[in-house]
Ligand binder design. Structure first.
Ligand code: KG4
Ligand code: ZN
Length: 365
């Protein structure tokens, strides 16, 4: 008989405290029974970035509230659950520990199995939760702390084709906004400005396009932007609204071109494995960017490959993705013990050479 699993998921690796309940009957689509996310943006906004100690304390205060709310909204009790899944890394260590301790408390009190989930696997498996896509698929993870191309072969089997060697694209959008005095998070404000701007007025570099492979680099864009901004300020004594819009448009065009070309290369490597039903999926907060999405759609259409992006609330940090990743792991492997440890760094592809982008988590991942 097809087994039905109901899993509670917890997420606290950056600045979102989240709990969710996901249910799936084997062979059927998974159902998100609840997904509660309490953001901490207000707590950190005065500091211009996430303050780890403040984040950890806020997670510890909010986790049990989130769990209660998630159970109530799902209409279940702890007795209805089959396991509790929790982000065990990578992330800000204090926050990850808050989640792991909370999950351990629930597991110890109820006897429920405990599953430690890699936060990045949560993002990477989301297209299976939302669209039931089959392995292997090509995944582009683009967020505030990460940028990598992965081929997902299974719930814990990922091959990393390449990634950023410095900043993540979301980080580059956030820094661009800061340099131009635009509000945080930078992604939506820079995208909004770019809509009014001329992408050709300022010529930004296309980093690493001259080198083979799928690695990316975004930190040079910020330096280029700073130089252009300073030159305008020196010449005219400040920036006009149009200058800002044109700088944003030029910056965004460079990110779009770079991601499009690297996606073309990653797609060629993936298609060389001859997948039966090729799919490219994107996840992470930067996937909200309409210009980036459109460019990726075009690249996939050119190659005759299906493209999918989860709805935005499941692209950004949430606990439904952790519950779902836990569910897949629970079906295929043994759960963890109460000795589960929090791991600040935890690359998805253990066999790929260590680099900043592979297990790093900046402000967010
Ligand atoms: O996935 P997310 O919520 O957090 C993690 O990084 O895990 O992503 C947040 C990042 C921020 O850097 C934000 O500026 C960026 O995603 N972002 C965008 C857009 N919306 C959010 N970047 C570009 N364009 C957007 N429309
Ligand atoms: Zn994340």
């Amino acid at each position: 008989m097809a087994q039905t699993l109901t899993i509670l998921g917890l997420e606290s690796s950056c600045d979102d405290t989240a709990a969710a309940v996901v249910r799936q009957t084997e062979g059927q689509a998974a159902e998100i029974l609840s997904s509660v996310v309490h953001g901490q943006t207000d707590l950190h906004s005065a500091y211009g970035g996430v303050v780890p100690e403040i984040a950890a304390r806020a997670h510890a205060e909010k986790l049990d509230i989130c769990v209660r709310q998630a159970l109530a909204e799902a209409g279940v009790t702890l007795a209805d659950l089959d396991a509790v899944a929790v982000t065990a890394g990578p992330g800000l260590i204090g926050g990850v520990m808050s989640g792991v301790m909370c999950a351990k408390g629930i597991a110890a009190a109820t006897g429920l199995p405990l599953i430690g989930v890699n936060h990045l696997a949560g993002h990477a498996l989301t297209p299976r939760l939302t669209d039931q896509i089959a392995y292997p698929y090509l995944m582009l993870l683009v967020s505030g702390g990460h940028c990598q191309y992965l081929i997902a072969h299974g719930p814990e089997q990922f091959s990393r084709l390449g990634g950023t060697i410095d900043d993540a694209p979301g980080e580059a959008f956030d820094k661009t906004a800061r340099l131009l005095g635009l509000p945080q998070p930078g992604g939506p404000s820079v995208e909004g400005e770019a809509r009014q701007g001329d992408p050709k007025r300022f010529r930004f570099p296309r980093p690493l396009l001259d080198r083979p492979g799928c690695d990316l680099s975004f930190s040079g864009l910020k330096t280029a932007l700073m130089r252009m901004r300073d030159q305008l300020v020196a010449e005219q004594g400040g920036l006009t609204r149009q200058d800002r819009a044109d700088l944003c448009a030029g910056f965004q065009a460079a990110v779009v071109d770079t991601l499009a070309e690297k996606t073309r290369r990653a797609l060629a490597l993936y298609l060389a494995e001859a997948p039966a039903a090729p799919v490219v999926a994107v996840a992470g907060g930067v996937a909200a960017n309409a210009a980036i999405r459109a460019a990726l759609e075009t690249v996939c259409a050119e190659a005759g490959t299906r493209f999918t992006a989860p709805p935005l609330r499941l692209c950004t940090d949430n606990a439904a993705m952790i519950a779902y990743a836990g569910l897949e792991r629970f079906r295929t492997g043994a759960p963890d013990g109460l000795d589960l440890t929090a791991r600040p760094r935890w690359p998805l592809d253990q066999s790929s050479p260590a680099m900043l982008g592979s297990g790093k988590k900046g402000a967010k991942a």
